[in-house]
Structure formats: C-alpha cells, structure tokens
Ligand binder design. Structure first.
Ligand code: BES
Ligand code: MN
Ligand code: ZN
Length: 512
C-alpha cells in the first residue's frame, strides 16, 4: 500500500535549553488559551513577545479556539512564531486541539515551515498524541493524478516537543510516535479510498492485502477466495451482487496471529469498489461519491497494516468482501432469491441494498471459519445513518453491549464518535421475507440503519458482534479542519487501533 509522504517523519523531545534552531524553515509554536495573557513561552524572544503582546492589546490575538497567528521572525533562530489558539482552558479537549492544529497546518504550509518546535514547557497537560496525529492527517494530500508541478510543497517533516526538565521524555516520545503511526495508517486507508474506482477494483484491493501480508512477515498470511471457490462455498448473496460487473469479486482474508494470543478478533469491511445501485439504479447526482463505498474495506486493511507492525498479543483476522455493484444484462434483478453460505435465503427486493448481501456471506464465513471471540464490521451501509446522526458520528449497533461500549470508548478517545442505536427484536421481525427467510430491505424507510444491522445479525450466530455504519463519516466532513471534505477520512483506523492495542480493548476484554 502506498502511504502518503506528507507526514511527520521525525519527532524528538528536548528541554528549552537544548532546543536547536539550526537550519531554515523553523517555527516556534506557542499555545494560548483564551484570555490567558501574557503569552507563556519558554522560547519566545523578547522582540517577538513585544509584537505579539501588541496584537493581544488590540484583540487581534485572543486565544479563541482554532485561531492562529503566524509572525515571521527572519532575524531570529526560528524563522517564525505561530500562536495556536486553544479556546477556553475548561472546555479544551483532545478533539479541540486536533481542530486547532488542523487550522495551524494550513498556515504552516503557506509559510513553508518544515520543522516546528512546540513549546510545551508551560503546557504539560496538552494531549501531544492528538497534536501529532492531527498534523499528520491535515498534511495528507492525495495527488496521484496530478501533474508533478501541481504537487504541493514539502510540509512539516520534523516536530520537536520542548518540555520542562521534569517530564518523562521517553514516555512522551513513545506516545507521540504511536499516534504518528496511527495517523499514517489512517492516511493509508484514505489513499485506498480516494483512488478512483477504475484503479481501485476488487482485484486491486486484494493485491493491497497481499502486499500487507508479504510485508507483515511470518505472523501474517493472506488468502483470497475467487469466484469459483465462493461458488463451492455457496456464497450466493455475495456472488449475486457481483453478477452485473465485469470485475470478478474477491473475498480477501488477511490474518495476523500471535503465538501467545488467547483471543481472536475478526474485523470485516464492506468493499464495494463502486456502488451504482445495480438494477435499482441510484440517481446520477453525487453518484461518483460511491467510489467511497469501499471505505470499510480500506479501514480494515489499513488497520491490519498497522497491526502487523505493532504486533499486539492477539489474533486479528480481517475479512473483506470486495465487489462492484453494476447494472447489466446479467445483473441481479429485484425479487431474486439467493441462498447465503449459512443456508439462509434472502429476497433481494432492492439491488441497492447490496452491502448487507456481501457482508452476510463474509460474516457467516468468518464466524464459521475462525470462531472468533468477537466480530466487528465497518460499512458505508445506509444513507439513513446520515439522516440520523449527520456527519458527526457513526452509528453502532451490536449484539453485545460490553463490546459496543468498548468501541464507543475507543472512539471517544480518538475523536471518532460512535453513537449506539438499539437492536430490539421488533427490528429483526421487520427483516423477515415474504418468500424467503429474510428480505434485504425493511418496510418503507423506517429505521434504515437499524434494519440494515438487524439483517446482518442473522449471519453472526452466537458470536458477540458490533456493526459500525460509517456512511456519514467516511467522507464529506466539513467541520474538522484536520480533514478535507473532498477526501476520505479514514474514520475507524485510529479507533480500531486504539481499541485493539490500548486500554479500551482491555475493558472490552474483561467484560466479554
Ligand atoms: N452505499 C450505500 C449507502 C450510502 C449512502 C453510503 C450514502 C454513503 C452515502 C448503500 O449500499 C445503499 O445504497 N443503501 C441503501 C439501502 C436501502 C436501499 C435499503 C440506502 O441507504 O438508500
Ligand atoms: Mn447500495
Ligand atoms: Zn453500497
């Protein structure tokens, strides 16, 4: 998988005395909470301090959340000072810092800054991991299809964290580097998702997974089931969706195992490389956005890439059903009935509800093959989740509340919010078929996200399962300055990595 080069490559920690400003393109970053004057910096030279204080007096600089000011300082050891507005101290969170850093990133870029010294001497409480990851996310650029000269100038390559002597420098560096790596993985998912659908086919997704396995070493293997193998296994729900496309479907199984692992976790990601709706064709406006219908797959694969490097004491299995949903003379038509690999029959009343059809076979196969302790799927499954939660949170629905809560907690810490929706039996009844066991759509447009999840539940057996509907958060985010609305967000990568390797996973572990 190609990872973007626009990321922080080097992080170091030092005290104010040891700060070395040699070389050009240096910028001192001074945090400022709202109305907490005077500026509090261990590194600011007197001259700049005076200029900035004058700006404070004129209320140009207020420290309001997300406000930034760049002051060039050509005669100094640093070539500029960036004042980073953090807002009210009482309201400050990791997410408010991420958003402020997102704004700062554009200013740093405009001023061609390549190296920053972040003055944390008087700000030991600042969540440094959030700083580093939001800088990485903000600096990500997708320019695969741009001419060389249109490609943007280099961004910040080096971050020096300037701290008080009492700070545990090694621990801070480790936390910062871990966050940087999480965001590099998220950018990897964004890259897969941003790639045009003619270049991001099911076969290309499979090749990306194979590459992750090769680079992942002996703890990692990849098996891709082709159409013939899926026919033998009776995966007719998945195969039905693929029938209209000339691009053959792939069931991508990427496994990471640890010799001391006592738990097996399965991640499943929807990989519809383009969703036209099939014979139940989507309207033309915005249809191009349906290249993002493989964001679940991209997130799961990028998470696996990171897992193979971080090597947690877990078995992590990922299953990605990859297809293209097209209308064609041979495409599936509404009313067809298919039998999934677990024997359940499904009436396909709408060929645009294809995500649940491919996930049905993927979930049933995963549960049966690996007998995991839990299974989590991510899918751009329903437009309804955008109606329910907007672009602010993903919907989460599951059969095990401890599992769901552990995911919600992980998302809270990474700024990738999940909001649980209920899964009462009433919803499962709404998915019963007239002529088959199940229908692939519910009545009218009622509770669309939950009925989608209720359908999936029928393929998870007794395995604790959670489904994350990322349709609203995978692209088109306008209020997070560290993302770009035109780009895929990689939503879920940092959440899953935090959940798999951080404290939140342990809470899920303890309660299952
Ligand atoms: N991929 C779409 C869901 C989607 C919609 C993702 C908007 C991102 C933005 C999915 O396959 C779909 O078409 N779902 C249908 C389900 C319906 C037919 C029950 C929908 O949401 O309209
Ligand atoms: Mn669809
Ligand atoms: Zn879809």
């Amino acid at each position: 998988m190609k990872l973007s080069m626009d990321m922080v490559t080097s992080i170091s920690v030092c005290t104010a005395e040891d700060m070395n400003w040699e070389g050009g393109g240096n910028c001192l970053v001074v945090p400022l909470y709202r109305k907490e004057f005077p500026l509090n910096s261990a590194l600011l030279q007197e001259e700049e301090e005076l200029v900035l204080q004058a700006l404070v007096d004129r209320e140009v600089l207020t420290g309001a959340a997300g406000t930034c000011y760049y002051l060039p300082a050509p005669s100094r050891p640093y070539s500029g000072v960036l004042v980073l507005g953090l807002g009210d101290r009482k309201k400050a969170t990791a997410e408010s810092l991420r958003r402020a850093v997102g704004k700062a990133a554009s200013l740093l870029k405009a001023n061609r800054v390549e190296r920053i010294g972040v003055d944390l001497v008087h700000f030991p409480e600042l969540p440094v991991p959030a700083f580093v990851e939001s800088l990485n996310l903000a600096q990500y650029r997708f320019d695969t299809y741009k001419k060389e000269e249109e490609k943007p100038a280099p961004a910040v390559r080096e971050v020096v964290l300037v701290v008080a002597d009492s700070v545990d420098k090694a621990a801070l560096l480790e936390a910062a580097e871990r966050a940087a790596f999480f965001s590099v993985a998220a950018n990897g998912a964004r890259h897969l998702a941003n790639t045009a659908s003619n270049d991001m086919t099911p076969a290309v997704l499979a090749a990306a997974a194979q590459k992750i396995a090769e680079e992942g070493g002996e703890q990692c293997t990849c098996a891709v089931l082709d159409q013939q193998r899926m026919e033998e296994l009776g995966m007719n729900a998945l195969l039905g969706v693929a029938r209209g496309s000339g691009k053959p479907p792939q069931l991508i199984c990427l496994e990471y195992t640890h010799p001391e692992a006592t738990r097996t976790i399965t991640l499943v990601g929807k990989g519809v490389t383009f969703d036209t709706g099939g014979i139940s064709l989507k309207p033309g406006a915005k249809m191009h956005e349906m290249k993002f219908d493989m964001c679940g797959a991209a997130v799961v694969l990028a998470t696996m890439m990171a897992v193979t490097r971080l090597k947690p004491v877990l078995n992590v299995i990922s299953v990605v059903p990859a297809v293209e949903n097209m209308p064609d003379g041979n495409a599936q038509t509404p009313g067809e009935i298919v039998r999934a690999c677990n024997g359940k029959t499904i009436e396909v009343l709408n060929t645009d509800a294809e995500g649940r059809l491919i996930l049905a076979d993927a979930l049933a196969y995963a549960v049966d093959t690996w007998k995991p302790d839990c299974i989590v799927d991510l899918a751009t499954l329903t437009g309804a989740v955008v109606i329910a939660l907007g672009h602010v949170a993903a919907g989460v629905v599951g059969s095990d509340s401890a599992l769901v809560q552990s995911l919600v907690a992980a998302g809270e810490s990474t700024g990738e919010r999940l909001w649980e929706l209920p899964l009462w039996e009433d919803y499962e009844e709404m998915m019963e078929g007239t002529f088959a066991d199940l229908s692939n759509i519910g009545p009218e447009r009622e509770a669309g996200t939950i009925t989608g999840a209720a359908f999936l539940k029928a393929f998870t057996g007794d395995t604790p399962w959670a489904h994350i509907d990322i349709a609203g958060v995978s692209y088109g985010i306008r209020n997070k300055p560290y993302l770009k609305p035109e780009y895929a967000t990689g939503f879920g990568v940092r959440l899953l990595l935090e959940w798999l390797t951080g404290r939140t996973a342990q809470s899920g572990q303890a309660s299952e």
